[in-house]
Design a protein. Sequence first.
Length: 189
Amino acid sequence: MIDKVLNFRENILWKILKLLQEIIIVIAGSATCLLFVAEVVARYVLKTDFLGYDELVLLAVVWLYFIGGGYAMYKKGHINAEMLPLIFKGRKLQIARLITTWATFVIAVVLVVWGIEFVTYSLSHPSNTTVLRIPRVLGQSSLVIGYALVAFYSLLYSFEDTVKVIRHEYDNDPEKNGIEVIEEGGDNE
C-alpha cells in the first residue's frame, strides 16, 4: 500500500498538475516580456503612453512568482542555504532534514490559511486597479494557489522522506548523509 502511494509521480493527475503549472508559467512569463516590449515601443517609437501596462505586468508577474514557487517545490529546485550537513552526519542528518521538510509543510499550510483569509476579505471588499479596473482579487488568488501547491508538494515529499528514513533507504546514499561526493575526472585534467 505504501509503495503504491510513493509512486504518486506516475499518477495522471500529477502529470496534469505539472503541465498546468508549466502552461501558466510560460503564459505569465511571455506576457510579462511582451508587455515590456509593448511599453518600450509605445513610449519610444510611437511617443505615447501605454496606460495601465504596469497593472497587467504586475498581474502576470504575481502569477509567475507564486506558480513558479509551487513548481520549484515540485522540482525540489527552490533556493536553500542548508547548513545541516555542517552540523549532522548520517542518520542524524536524515532526521534533521525530515524535521525541516515537515516544518516546511506546516508553514505552507499556515500561509494557505492566511491567503484564503486575505482573498475572502478581498472578495467581501472588492477593489480594482486604477486604470484598467482589473479586480485585485485576480492577482491575490495566485497567492493561495501558489502556497497550496507548496503545501501539497511538501506534504507528499515529507511523507515520502518519512517512509525512506523509517526504511533506512538513505543509509547508502552519501549525498543524503552529508558526505561530499567528489567525482574523478572532469574538465580540469
